[in-house]
Design a protein around this ligand. Structure first.
Ligand SMILES: [Zn+2]
Length: 92
């Protein structure tokens, strides 16, 4: 039975994982990220319908797919956007 009592909004999480190579040095990286939406009266589709799992899940999957396609860099390479950052690497 439906009641008007406000519950905590139900969360719809999707945890995505990926294993990619660092763009900078080729090191293997594992990344994990959780995409989430809640089912609530304000989370609506373009048609004004309150979203359910059926709406939310494909959206989360699309976001996860986009994230998986993004290149990653390891921590060592992350700080090296500055041109001077790698200047000493070759002086062994
Ligand atoms: Zn790297």
């Amino acid at each position: 039975m439906w009641t008007t009592v406000t519950h905590r909004f139900e969360r719809v999480p999707l945890t995505a994982k990926k294993a990619v190579e660092c763009e900078g040095c080729g090191k293997k990286l594992r990344r994990q990220r959780t995409f989430e939406q809640t089912i609530n009266p304000w989370n609506k589709t373009a048609d004004g319908e309150v979203k359910t799992y059926k709406h939310i899940y494909p959206e989360l999957e699309a976001k996860a797919a986009a994230w998986k396609a993004e290149p990653e860099v390891c921590r060592d390479c992350e700080g090296g956007t500055d041109d001077t950052g790698h200047g000493f690497a070759g002086s062994l």
